[in-house]
Design a protein around this ligand. Structure first.
Ligand SMILES: C[S@@+](CC[C@H](N)C(=O)[O-])C[C@H]1O[C@@H](n2cnc3c(N)ncnc32)[C@H](O)[C@@H]1O
Length: 246
């Protein structure tokens, strides 16, 4: 039997409606602003192309993916959590690192169609469990993971949602573990995209600019007393990787 388990069956196909039986569980911001990117079956077929994701990230996909994977570690024993699916091969690579360390990985996403897409991308023997859950309210035990990855999720969420997600990730990662967050940040003053990208981002991803204005660490009052998060900037500051050690 495959180790790759999907707890709830993903309902999708050619004639799939836009949303499914689990509609009530889909956060409002996803339906309102991201249906075209993640919910519609045609969107999944369109965006599941690494070159396209790379284009959206201005050619930085591989660098950001590899920075996150290197930060997590080459060979991952214990329990790893990835909060939210992503297009491209990040999760397949992460699963290889987990397999080489003899560990296990859980991947949470609120959309069954995304979990179904991920299941199709992963090898049968990937040590992965796919969990249909909301990042802001994960039905997972306290301090049960050695590490967690949150890759380009926070910018999609309204502030109160983002805070709840971070609180949940902090809750489920063990003290002494590691949380790696990769997302947008404010580019430097000289970066042309600071001026050109801002209006488009504001239009397409209305909560993303929050991360230009506010440090991720400042969203986490519960971090006081733990080691100061480490922040690394990429591509003139447009992207950041924040590493938290709870
Ligand atoms: C993590 S972002 C990744 C964006 C990035 N552009 C990529 O490479 O795909 C998109 C994923 O987050 C998931 N997501 C959004 N809000 C969520 C939430 N509250 N709980 C769990 N998953 C969520 C979406 O369903 C989608 O699969």
């Amino acid at each position: 039997m495959s180790d790759t388990t999907l707890f709830a069956d993903a309902a999708f196909g050619n004639s799939a409606p836009l949303l499914h039986a689990e509609d009530h569980a889909v956060p409002h911001y996803l339906r309102a602003h991201y249906w075209w990117a993640y919910i519609h079956p045609r969107a999944v077929r369109l965006f599941e192309r690494q070159w396209l994701v790379n284009l959206i990230l201005w050619g930085n996909y591989a660098q950001l993916r590899d920075a996150a994977l290197a930060e997590l570690g080459e060979s991952l024993a214990g329990r790893t959590l990835q909060v939210a699916c992503v297009y491209g091969d990040l999760t397949s690579r992460l699963c290889r690192q987990v397999a080489s360390g003899g560990g296990a990985i859980d991947i949470v996403d609120v959309l069954p169609i995304q979990l179904g897409n991920l299941r199709a991308k992963l090898p049968q023997d990937a040590p992965a469990t796919l969990l249909p859950m909301d990042s802001s309210d994960m039905n997972l035990p306290d301090a049960s993971y050695d590490r967690a990855l949150v890759f380009f999720l926070l910018h999609e969420q309204p502030r109160h949602y983002r805070e709840r997600t971070l609180r949940e990730v902090l809750r489920v990662v063990k003290p002494g573990g590691k949380i790696v967050i990769v997302d947008y940040a404010m580019p430097r003053w000289w970066h042309p995209l600071r001026y050109l990208w801002r209006p488009l981002l504001a239009l397409l991803e209305p909560f993303a600019l929050d991360l230009w204005r506010e440090e991720i660490a400042d969203l986490l009052p519960s971090l006081q007393g733990t080691a100061k998060p480490r922040k690394e900037s990429f591509f003139g500051g447009l992207y950041q990787m924040v590493v938290i050690k709870p």
